[in-house]
Design a protein around this ligand. Structure first.
Ligand code: MN
Length: 151
């Protein structure tokens, strides 16, 4: 059996997959985030999309951002909070979350445990935007969002 065939099967062990590298969440340190890792599970030119697994430790969070491309998310591990647009919702394993185009979003592991999720995304995609000070102030005008961002 050659190596390509072997890589068709990559067993799961404790939120890691054989032959999948566990990387930092983002390459550049410009965007704010905390205690989060990234594993790219599927990245094939033929598919046109990628499936990644992100995991944040308790107290960790993803970047608050928006972009033209969408995300299709399935929570795979733990519990936490998720902001989509002006809504903050508790999320837990196997919940589905759709992040539409140009919608502010962030995940936070607020429940004292890790929060892990699968994220499907276009292979070719635009760069995320971070909120300006004015946009952040507008988001924080929602009491739920202010409490979420302070968590
Ligand atoms: Mn995003």
């Amino acid at each position: 059996m050659d190596i390509e065939q072997l890589q068709n099967f990559r067993p799961f062990h404790d939120y890691r997959w054989d032959d999948v590298v566990c990387m930092p969440y983002k390459e550049d340190g410009a965007a704010p985030f905390k205690a989060i890792s990234r594993q790219v599970l599927f990245s094939e030119a033929q598919l046109g999309c990628e499936l990644r697994y992100f995991e944040m430790a308790a107290g960790g969070f993803s970047t608050l951002e928006r972009h033209e491309h969408m995300h299709a998310v399935m929570i795979l591990r733990g519990r936490g909070l998720c902001l989509v647009g002006d809504q903050v919702r508790p999320v837990q394993a196997f919940d589905l979350v759709t992040i539409p185009s140009w919608t502010w979003h962030q995940f936070r592991a607020t429940e004292g445990e890790a929060l892990g999720f699968l994220c499907m995304v276009n292979a070719e995609r635009d760069k995320p935007q971070l909120p300006t000070e004015q946009e952040l102030a507008k988001l924080k005008a929602h009491p739920d969002i202010a409490a979420f961002l302070a968590a």
